[in-house]
Design a protein around this ligand. Structure first.
Ligand code: IPE
Ligand code: IPE
Ligand code: MG
Length: 248
């Protein structure tokens, strides 16, 4: 699509209104992208970073409030050691390199997941980035790192059990809203739209509690090929749906 075509598409979306407040993305297909080119899987992750930049820019420009990117799952530790280190290296290098630009664009970077399990040096880079951007009022860029949905729910249950034991919480008062406050995503609205690239039809332990009424959008496009136009298409699709929440 031409540059003008893209700009027109963006205008159409903005005119339509009813934008998703929170978009979550399962960025999948880096490995397949690389394989098709006869490249190592790590080349796919590197190309995936460029897609992240495109989508963060597009989301910020549209005025989306929250963009959650599934960046590294708890299960991803099961990958070959060299792939895990390559992903980690990319994550830290990209964070360090892009933080000025993100800050300039008023992006607030946060993380979701057990980052306390990362090495102190790596954690520091993320903490610095969070600290630097904490007063920004534009897009909230939420990186799901070492994230697993079931573990998140279990961690919440453990905290709740502790609070009940210490009499800080009356179990009778526990509601969905209070439960949400014990999750890693405390304070964030639930995703309105969940995009998964590369055609896989599964949730892969992502935001299990939070996606109970999220609209799903699955595209065959591999993550490194995902463009601003692909992102707009997902949003346009969402804008033309009817969300019923059990009503008629
Ligand atoms: C997604 O791409 C990136 C991460 C999970 C970190 P994959 O690496 O899963 O790509 P495929 O699924 O093998 O194509
Ligand atoms: C999900 O993708 C995790 C991330 C995108 C970070 P995977 O490629 O790891 O998912 P599965 O294992 O194919 O379900
Ligand atoms: Mg995958």
């Amino acid at each position: 699509m031409s540059k003008d075509g893209i700009a027109e598409f963006k205008e159409k979306i903005l005119k339509k209104g009813n934008l998703p407040t929170h978009i979550a993305i399962i960025m999948d297909g880096n490995g397949r992208w690389a394989k098709r080119r006869g490249l190592p899987r790590t080349a796919g992750h590197k190309a995936g970073v460029k897609a992240v930049k495109r989508v963060v820019k597009a989301a910020g420009d549209l005025g989306i409030s929250v963009l959650t990117l599934f960046t590294f799952s708890q299960e991803n530790w099961r990958r070959p050691k060299n792939e895990v280190s390559a992903i980690m290296k990319l994550l830290y290098e990209t964070t360090k390199r892009e933080i000025n630009e993100l800050d300039k664009n008023n992006v607030k970077l946060i993380t979701t997941g057990r980052i306390e399990e990362f090495s102190p040096r790596r954690r520091e880079i993320l903490q610095e980035a969070r600290e630097r951007t904490k007063n920004n009022t534009g897009l909230i860029l939420n990186l799901a790192l070492n994230y697993g949905g079931r573990t998140e729910i279990l961690d919440a249950v453990k905290k709740i059990a502790g609070d009940v034991k210490n009499k800080r919480l009356d179990p009778e008062e526990l509601s969905e809203e209070i439960f949400s406050h014990y999750l890693y995503t405390k304070g964030l609205p639930d995703p309105d739209l969940l995009i998964r690239t590369s055609g896989e039809m599964r949730i892969s332990n992502f935001l299990l509690w939070q996606t109970s009424y999220t609209e799903l959008y699955i595209t065959d496009v591999l993550w490194p090929n995902f463009s601003a136009k692909d992102f707009y298409e997902a949003i346009w699709d969402y804008q033309n749906r009817e969300r019923r929440f059990g009503r008629v």
